[in-house]
Design a protein around this ligand. Structure first.
Ligand code: DQA
Length: 148
């Protein structure tokens, strides 16, 4: 099983950025934790972060036929990007949407997601732990559907 973790804009600043919403764990730490968990499960995991919408879309397109599932924290593009939605749907790769903060407890514009309705599931509000929960959810989904 090959999985891909995608982080969108400003998530490279985790650890420094608005810690009351996003905590103090850095993206490097999160990626390390996730890689360790994936490895323990016998799963391969690549990590990619970009502040550019087109680079995220390119990476999704390049994943077709290579990656069996995607974990994505699209940051603010979650709430704005039809192009990112189209890339995910066009790839037909199952994905889990995740967020550190509880987007439903924040500004109204964060309550819309262009990704959620086609996601396997959505994890929001558990800080860095959201990533681990999302990985568990995606692996369980893929094991269930791939062995069916
Ligand atoms: C976020 C929530 C988004 O609304 C915000 O734009 C982010 C981070 C989160 O992980 O809580 O950049 O995706």
């Amino acid at each position: 099983m090959n999985l891909l973790l995608i982080n969108g804009p400003n998530l490279n600043l985790l650890g420094q950025r608005e810690p009351s919403f996003y905590g103090t764990t850095t993206l490097v730490d999160i990626e390390q934790q996730l890689r360790a968990k994936a490895e323990a499960e016998g799963v391969s995991l690549d990590c990619f972060q970009s502040n550019f919408e087109g680079a995220l879309i390119d990476r999704i397109q390049e994943s077709m036929g290579v990656v069996s599932g995607i974990l994505i924290n699209a940051g603010a593009f979650t709430h704005t990007s039809i192009a990112l939605r189209d890339a995910l749907l066009g790839s037909a790769i199952p994905y889990v949407e995740l967020h550190l903060s509880n987007t439903y407890s924040r500004e109204p514009f964060r309550q819309n997601s262009y990704l959620a309705d086609h996601a396997v599931g959505v994890i929001t509000g558990f800080g860095a732990f959201s990533y681990l929960l999302a990985l568990d959810g995606l692996m369980a989904y893929l094991r269930r559907t791939q062995s069916a």
